[in-house]
Ligand binder design. Structure first.
Ligand SMILES: [Zn+2]
Length: 155
């Protein structure tokens, strides 16, 4: 169990510890370091996306609503209607997400989620930055979250 700042702090502590233990195995360029710091941060708070009052959940809800409502701007209607439709869709999507029943400490707090997210992170970071380290850092952040929450489900 931990709140936002505890998860961030514990995520960085874990990452620093692992970086210290493996310091002769890797060398980071500044770009990899920055990307890894962001990845540790993201990983350490990401599992709480299933908690309605968490920062991550609220941020994700806002971003998903804003982005998905943008479909309105691709419709062949006049600009005024596009804006009107955008606002309506924005409110609807936001409300629908708000009504969804999400079980806290469910799938996003499992080893499976951790493995899927970390492998996705490694793939994306290799393809975009040419380095697996930020993806590994994401995995470390995710693991630190599970350790602090004391959750090790397999499902
Ligand atoms: Zn959690």
């Amino acid at each position: 169990m931990g709140d936002f700042s505890e998860h961030v702090l514990f995520g960085f502590l874990t990452a620093v510890l692992i970086a210290f233990l493996t310091k002769n195995m890797f060398s980071f360029n500044p770009f990899e370091s920055i990307a890894s710091v962001i990845a540790v941060f993201a990983g350490s708070v990401l599992p709480d996306i299933d908690h309605k009052n968490s920062y991550v959940h609220r941020a994700a809800k806002a971003v998903v609503s804003l982005v998905s409502a943008s479909v309105a701007f691709f419709l062949p209607i006049s600009v005024q209607y596009q804006y009107l439709l955008y606002v309506i869709m924005l409110v609807c999507v936001y409300r629908i997400i708000g009504m969804m029943e999400i079980r806290h400490r469910g799938f996003t707090h499992s080893i499976s989620f951790c493995a899927i997210a970390a492998s996705t992170g490694v793939t994306v970071s290799v393809l975009t930055l040419g380095s697996a380290l930020p993806g590994v850092a994401l995995g470390i952040g995710l693991l630190s979250h599970l350790i602090l929450d004391d959750e090790f489900k397999m499902e």
